[in-house]
Design a protein around this ligand. Structure first.
Ligand SMILES: Cc1ncc(C[n+]2csc(CCOP(=O)(O)OP(=O)(O)O)c2C)c(N)n1
Length: 654
C-alpha cells in the first residue's frame, strides 16, 4: 500500500491533509482500488472516476453526522476505504467480507443498503423533511444542523424515480445538495434525450470553461443579502454564456451550479464549502471520467463497469477465465439472435443492460429492432406493450431484481390486455457477489399472481431454445426466467428436456420403479435434483425427478401425483413465499379431494435476506442443493417407514 494511503484510516486523518497531499492520495487510492478489484472483481470504472469527488465531500462534510446518500451505490469504494474499511477492502464482495454496496450494518457512514438506481434524491428529500419536522417539534436528539448530500450519476438522474423526486424537491426548505456525477456513461453510453442534452453541453465545454465556471460560482455564491436567483444570474452573466444544462433544473425551480471539473479536488472542496452554507436544495453538476487512470477501463468503461478478477500487465489486462461452459445469458442471446434472423417481428427492449442481458450480438445484427431505453424499467414494459399491440413480438430483457420496478406496467398494460410480450428475466435466483439488492428471488411471486401470465424456466441450454421457441409462438404474455450461472454440463441434458415445450406441461426426467417420492424442480436446479436422485439411489432410495418447466400454470400431473400418494419435494431458486412450491401447495389444497394424505416439502429461500457470497454458497445456505434434497427425501422416507412399520413389512426404504 502506498505511504500516504497507509496513514489514512478514517476521515479525521483525511482532513489533516493539504491539497497537494489529497491529489497524491487520489492517485494512490485509484491504484489501491485497481489492484484490489483485479483480485476480487467488482465495479471498477465508476469507482476510478469518483475518487476526487469522494475525497472532497469527506474533506468538507462530516458524514458521521451529515448524511451522504449514494445512488445505485456501486461507486462507493473510495468512501468505504476512507471510512474505516480499508483493511477489509481485500475481502470486498467475498464471503464474510464487506459488501460492494453501501450497507448501514457495516458503517454509520452508510445510510441505505442500495443497488437499484434512482433512489438517492427521494430518500434524501425524506431525510430532509424529517429533519425539518424534527427541528420544529424536537422529535429526536439528532443533530438538526446536519447537511444532506445525494450523489447521483447522469444515467440514474433520468430514472423515473429521480424525476418524481426532483418534482418534489420544492418541499424541502433547508440545505440539500445533489451532486450530479456526469461521466456520460451508464454501463454503456447513456441513451435518450436527456443524455443527448447533457452530452451536448459537455462537448461545448472546454477545460478552461469548467475552471471559469468554478471561479464564478465561488465569486458569486449566494450569501447574506444575495438570493440564489440573483447569484445564478450573476454567474451566468459573468461567464457570458447560457448553460443549457441549467435550464432543465431551473425550469423546475432547482438552483443549478456547474458544470465543474470533478477531478479538481481543490475546486471541489471550495465549492462544497460554499454550497454547504445554502439554506435550500441545489444541484452541483460535476464532470468525471469513468475509468480514470487505468487505460483499459478508460477506453472500455462499459467492459470494466463490473468485472471479474483479471491480471494487470502494465497498461493492459489479461482476463482470468477457466470457464468451459457458456452462461445462460450467452445461450439466450445466441438463440434469440438466431430466431430473429427468421422472424422479423422479433424486437428487443432492455433498460441500460444490453451486455448484461446478452443482447450485444442482437444489437449488432438488428440495430433497428433493438431498443435500450435507459434505466426505465416501467417505460420498457409499456413500450413493449405498445409494440405488441402493433403485431410485433417484443422480448423484454431485464434482470429479475430490476423488473420489480415494472410490476404495475406488467399488470395493466400487459397481463390485463393479454398481450404477447415475452419477458426474459436474467439473474433470476441468487446472484453471488452483488448480494441482496441484486438477488432475483421474487419474480415468480409477483408474476404468478397475475392472470394470463405464463411462467416458465429452462433447466439447461436445450430448454432455453425450446422455451424461447414456445414463448415466441404463443399469443400471450410469457415469462422465461434463468439464473446468473453457467448452463449445466451436457450429461444433464436428458432426452426428456429435448421435448418441445407445451403450455403447462412438465417432463419426467427420471422415473424409478417403486419410487415413493418425486423431486419436482423448477428451472436450472434440475441439476441438483438429478444429483440428489443419484446420491439417493446409492443409498437404496428411489425417487422420480420431474422438471416442472412451468410455475404458471402448474402441470396438473404434478398435483395428481400427490393424489396417488406420492410424496413431493419441490425445489426452486426463489423465495419459498409465493414461489413455485407455494403454487404446488395451493393447487393441491384446491384440487385434492383427499388432501390429508398429501405429503409435500418445499425447498427454496427462507424469508430472510441473504448476503453477498459465491452463488453456490448462497444456494447451499438456503438449502437449495442436492444434499438438502437428499436429507429431505430421507426424512420423508423414514417417516413413511414409521407409518408402515406397525402393519406390514412392505417398506421400500432402508
Ligand atoms: C433500477 C436499476 N436498473 C438498472 C440498474 C443496473 N445499473 C447499475 S449501474 C448502472 C449505470 C448507472 O449509471 P450512472 O448512474 O450514470 O452511474 P455511473 O456508473 O456512471 O457512476 C445501471 C444501469 C440498476 N442498478 N438499477
Amino acid at each position: 500500500m502506498s505511504k500516504l494511503l497507509e496513514q489514512i484510516n478514517n476521515t479525521s486523518d483525511l482532513k489533516k491533509l493539504s491539497i497537494p497531499q489529497l491529489r497524491t492520495l487520489a492517485d494512490q487510492i485509484r491504484q489501491f482500488i485497481l489492484n484490489s478489484i483485479s483480485k476480487t472483481g467488482g465495479h471498477l470504472a465508476s469507482n476510478l472516476g469518483i475518487v476526487e469527488l469522494t475525497l472532497a465531500l469527506h474533506y468538507v462534510f462530516d458524514f458521521k453526522e451529515d448524511k451522504l446518500l449514494w445512488d445505485v451505490g456501486h461507486q462507493c469504494y473510495t468512501h468505504k476505504i476512507i471510512t474505516g474499511r480499508k483493511e477489509q477492502f481485500h475481502r470486498l464482495r467475498q464471503p464474510g467480507g464487506i459488501s460492494g454496496f453501501p450497507n448501514p450494518a457495516e458503517s454509520v457512514y452508510d445510510q441505505f443498503t442500495v443497488g437499484h438506481a434512482g433512489t438517492s434524491i427521494a430518500t434524501a428529500i425524506g431525510m430532509a423533511l424529517g429533519s425539518m419536522l424534527d427541528a420544529r417539534y424536537s422529535i429526536t436528539d439528532e443533530n438538526r444542523e446536519d447537511k444532506i448530500v445525494a450523489v447521483i450519476g447522469d444515467a440514474s438522474i433520468v430514472n423515473g424515480v429521480s424525476f418524481e423526486a426532483l418534482n418534489n424537491l420544492g418541499l424541502v426548505k433547508r440545505q440539500l445538495l445533489i451532486v450530479l456525477n456526469d461521466n456520460s456513461m451508464a454501463i454503456d453510453v447513456t441513451v435518450g434525450a436527456m443524455a443527448k442534452y447533457l452530452s451536448k453541453v459537455r462537448l461545448s465545454q472546454t477545460y478552461e470553461d469548467l475552471r471559469k465556471t468554478t471561479k464564478n460560482i465561488l465569486e458569486h455564491m449566494p450569501g447574506i443579502g444575495k438570493t440564489v436567483e440573483e447569484a445564478i444570474e450573476r454567474i451566468k452573466k459573468s461567464i457570458r454564456m447560457v448553460l443549457p444544462a441549467s435550464q432543465m433544473f431551473e425550469s423546475l425551480n432547482i438552483p443549478y451550479f456547474g458544470p465543474v471539473d470533478g477531478h479538481d479536488v481543490d475546486s471541489l472542496i471550495r465549492l462544497f464549502r460554499a454550497m454547504a452554507e445554502l439554506n435550500h436544495p441545489a444541484v452541483l453538476h460535476v464532470y468525471t471520467e469513468k475509468g480514470k487512470g487505468f487505460k483499459p477501463a478508460d477506453t472500455q468503461p462499459s467492459k470494466f463497469h463490473s468485472t471479474g478478477p483479471f491480471k494487470i500487465n502494465g497498461d493492459a489486462i489479461e482476463p482470468i477465465t477457466d470457464v468451459k461452459r457458456p452462461s445462460f445469458t450467452s445461450v439466450f442471446g445466441r438463440f434469440l439472435t438466431e430466431l430473429a434472423e427468421k422472424d422479423h417481428r422479433i424486437v428487443t427492449i432492455t433498460s441500460a443492460m444490453c451486455d448484461g442481458t446478452g443482447l450485444l450480438e442482437f444489437r449488432k445484427k438488428f440495430k433497428d429492432r433493438f431498443y435500450d431505453v435507459g434505466i426505465a424499467e416501467g417505460a420498457a414494459v409499456d413500450i413493449a406493450a405498445g409494440l405488441a399491440k402493433t403485431g410485433l413480438k417484443p422480448v423484454v430483457c431485464i434482470y429479475s431484481t430490476f423488473l420489480q420496478r415494472s410490476f404495475d406496467q406488467i399488470f395493466q398494460e400487459v397481463a390485463l390486455q393479454n398481450l404477447p410480450v415475452v419477458f426474459c428475466i436474467d439473474r433470476a435466483g441468487f446472484v453471488g457477489s452483488d448480494g441482496p439488492t441484486h438477488h432475483g428471488l421474487m419474480d415468480i411471486g409477483f408474476l404468478r399472481m397475475l392472470p394470463n401470465l405464463v411462467l416458465t424456466a429452462p433447466a439447461n441450454e436445450i430448454e432455453m431454445k425450446l422455451a424461447l421457441e414456445f414463448a415466441l409462438a404463443e399469443d400471450k404474455p410469457i415469462v422465461i426466467r434463468y439464473p446468473k450461472d453457467l448452463v449445466p454440463q451436457s450429461q444433464f441434458s436428458r432426452a426428456a428436456c429435448a421435448r418441445p415445450f407445451k403450455l403447462g406441461k412438465s417432463v419426467v426426467v427420471k422415473k424409478t420403479k417403486d419410487s415413493a417420492i418425486a423431486v419436482v424442480s423448477y428451472g436450472s436446479v434440475l441439476t441438483e435434483a438429478l444429483r440428489a436422485a443419484n446420491l439417493l439411489a446409492k443409498e437404496g432410495i428411489a425417487v422420480d425427478v420431474i422438471n416442472a418447466r412451468f410455475a404458471a400454470p402448474v402441470d396438473e400431473a404434478i398435483i395428481a401425483l400427490s393424489e396417488t400418494g406420492k410424496s413431493i419435494i419441490t425445489v426452486e431458486d426463489h423465495h419459498l413465499a409465493c414461489g413455485f412450491g407455494s403454487a404446488v401447495l395451493e393447487m393441491v389444497a384446491a384440487k385434492t379431494t383427499n388432501n390429508k394424505s398429501a405429503n409435500i416439502r418445499t425447498l427454496g429461500v427462507p424469508s430472510r435476506f441473504i448476503g453477498h457470497n459465491y452463488r453456490s454458497f448462497q444456494l447451499m445456505e438456503a438449502g437449495i442443493n442436492a444434499e438438502k434434497i437428499v436429507e429431505t427425501a430421507k426424512e420423508m422416507a423414514h417417516s413413511m417407514l414409521d407409518v408402515l412399520r406397525p402393519s406390514s413389512g412392505r417398506a421400500q426404504y432402508s
